[in-house]
Write a protein that binds this ligand. Structure first.
Ligand SMILES: O=C(O)c1cc(=O)[nH]c(=O)n1[C@@H]1O[C@H](COP(=O)(O)O)[C@@H](O)[C@H]1O
Length: 237
């Protein structure tokens, strides 16, 4: 399994969110010497599928973010189908429940010591309290994040995807062991876009994030490598 990062640069996971495999590959080649894993998500996978993974994988460990969420049998089958691509990290929705997460873990074990880190997505960083309440979950998002975190870790997830605003509370409740991968980070002055629960990259790391996921602040910059290096320079050592 992938080890925790040991440098500031290695904490940053750029999200290659584009439907264009050539653009993704060019970004990946430019960014890989200055960052940690690269994230291949739904937009690129829907457009280019496993072929995109095969182009990116030689450059850096790949965080394959497909947010699996289905009945246990189907999720286990999807994990088995993805293992030959050798992702370093895979996402599942914690809301799929204990049986789904346990089935994913059992399927991933087939890859032995090389298996991907299984990350359970708690409450999407695009949701505020009102959006969460509209789904029937009342109260602060942090409460639901902690509930889903406990369920997911008990069911066999290795770590969690959460917003920077819940990192400290997760560390306080679950300690140093879970891998924490944190999107919804925004350098000071950059547009939030559709992200609702944000903080700066430095705040996320200071609170206990292992990795931060950064998309548009890097990919939308005139000079993505410079944007990436500026974020790395802002992180606590
Ligand atoms: O699983 C994720 O990576 C994820 C979970 C979540 O709750 N919020 C979230 O933004 N993400 C991903 O993190 C990336 C954030 O991109 P930017 O908002 O452009 O920085 C996107 O690729 C999202 O798919």
């Amino acid at each position: 399994m992938l080890q925790r990062p040991t440098t500031a640069a290695a904490r940053i996971i750029p999200a290659l969110d584009t439907p264009d495999a050539d653009r993704a590959a060019a970004l990946a080649a430019a960014l890989a010497p200055h960052c940690g894993p690269l994230k291949l998500g739904l937009e690129l996978f829907a457009a280019e599928g496993p072929a995109a993974m095969r182009r990116i994988a030689p450059l850096a460990p790949v965080f394959l973010d497909l947010k699996l969420h289905d009945i246990p049998n189907t999720v286990a089958g999807a994990v088995r189908s993805l293992l030959p691509l050798r992702p370093a990290m895979l996402t599942l929705h914690a809301g799929g429940g204990t049986a789904m997460l346990a089935a994913a873990r059992a399927a991933a074990e087939a890859a032995g010591a090389d298996r991907p880190i299984l990350l359970a997505v708690t409450v999407l960083t695009s949701m505020d309290a009102a959006a969460l309440a509209a789904t029937g979950v009342a109260g602060d998002p942090a409460g639901q994040v902690l509930r889903l975190a406990g369920l997911a870790l008990a069911a066999g997830a290795d770590g969690l995807v959460c917003s920077p605003q819940e990192v400290a509370a997760i560390r306080a409740e679950f300690g140093p062991a879970p891998y924490l991968v944190v999107p919804g980070v925004r350098p000071a002055g950059s547009a939030a876009g559709d992200q609702a629960r944000t903080a700066t990259p430095a705040e996320a790391v200071a609170a206990g994030a292992d990795w931060i996921v950064v998309g548009r602040p890097i990919t939308g910059a005139a000079d993505p490598v410079a944007a990436l290096r500026a974020i790395a320079g802002s992180l606590p050592r």
